[in-house]
Design a protein around this ligand. Structure first.
Ligand SMILES: Nc1ncnc2c1ncn2[C@@H]1O[C@H](COP(=O)(O)OP(=O)(O)OP(=O)(O)O)[C@@H](O)[C@H]1O
Ligand SMILES: [Mg+2]
Length: 331
């Protein structure tokens, strides 16, 4: 079952398409079967993956118009593990996408649901707007990744974007999560960039990815080269940064979210009062382990408890919080 990540921002030119393509290549390089699903009628992914529109028989427009099934529009790219579903072809009317999104905001979600069983990751390349199309993209996703340039205007648009994401979560997609804010085109030799990076840390520190993508000519060459930088310059700084982004996202996904973590602490409190609870617990994350340790073992060693929930005790990024009055020492 694929994890579905939307690469989205209403700000144009912040690196959404570059991020989607290179992240997809990084995930394919670790053996994943990845689908790049364009939701931006600009169609920038097509040349970036070495394809020509004539080679692509169908698009998202055809699916939303009910002419074909979702899988019929998926094309294999020349690169192992990477497939593409194009948004709109040159002879098609891009307004059909916006129109479909305004009439049926969950339409894309229904399409994505049919594709999820066939891939390990699905990356949605979003449009540079906050309109119906962007909202439909968020409604179809498990998480969203927001590329932001280390510059004032890009930073200022972030709050508005996050409030729209929150409203999509409230209206259509209760499980939607922020997978991260990613600083792109970073050139930390300028004072302005350093100032914006500091502001981002201050205001969005919990969402900001540790990985950062540098401004490099290598990444800029993607549409010209017809492949992600990971494939034409695998040892470049740009390629390396996207491998780090992929690694960070995968590692964040494996660890419990803040909410799961809080639930775990609550459950621990309850367990001290009722040791039969673990066996009966309906919590889905307790079902992850093949052979669950006994309650007594868990209570004896709280770090074993957290590891059992998928928590990596060696990771330091996520703060470990103690519930008030808790006398069990957590690592
Ligand atoms: N890290 C980078 N270093 C240098 N140039 C970059 C970098 N990332 C992207 N670019 C270049 O910046 C431009 C915009 O990037 P991209 O198309 O990925 O942004 P986008 O957010 O998808 O744009 P749009 O909003 O139009 O869809 C492109 O010319 C791209 O090659
Ligand atoms: Mg783009």
């Amino acid at each position: 079952m694929a994890h579905v990540t939307a690469v989205v921002s209403q700000k144009g030119g912040v690196g959404k398409t570059t991020t989607a393509a290179n992240l997809a290549a990084a995930l394919a390089a670790v053996g994943q079967n990845v689908l790049l699903l364009e939701v931006d009628p600009q169609g920038a992914l097509i040349p970036s993956l070495g394809l020509h529109p004539e080679e692509i028989p169908h698009s998202l427009v055809d699916i939303l118009e009910g002419k074909i099934e979702a899988r019929e529009a998926v094309v294999r790219t020349p690169f192992e593990g990477l497939s593409l579903l194009a948004a709109c072809l040159p002879h098609q009317d891009e307004l059909i996408l916006e129109d479909a999104a305004s009439r049926h905001p969950l339409h894309l979600r229904e399409v994505v649901d049919k594709l999820v069983p066939h891939f390990d990751s699905i990356l949605l390349d979003g449009p540079p707007t906050l309109g119906h199309l962007a909202r439909m993209t968020l409604a179809a996703s498990d998480g969203y990744l927001v590329p932001v340039q280390a510059e004032e205007l890009s930073y200022r648009t972030l709050a508005r974007f996050l409030s729209v994401a929150d409203s999509v979560q409230a209206d259509y997609n209760p499980d939607l999560k922020c997978d991260g804010i990613l600083i792109t085109m970073a050139d930390l030799r300028t004072r302005m960039a350093v100032k914006v990076v500091n502001q981002l840390h201050e205001h969005y520190g919990d969402k900001l990815l540790v990985s950062m993508v540098p401004r490099t000519v290598t990444l800029q060459e993607m549409p010209d080269r017809g492949k992600p930088a990971l494939l034409y310059a695998p040892s470049s700084r740009g390629a390396e940064s996207y491998r780090e982004v992929a690694e960070e996202l995968l590692s964040n996904r494996d660890n419990p979210t803040e909410e799961e973590f809080d639930d775990a602490l609550d459950l621990m409190d309850q367990l001290t009062e009722d040791s039969t609870l673990l066996a009966e617990s309906p919590e889905p994350w307790l079902e992850r382990a093949a052979s669950p340790p006994t309650t007594a073992e868990l209570l004896q060693n709280s770090s074993l408890f957290l590891t059992h929930l998928g928590w990596d005790p060696d990771r330091e990024e996520r703060p470990v919080r103690r519930p008030p009055g808790d006398d069990v020492s957590l690592r």
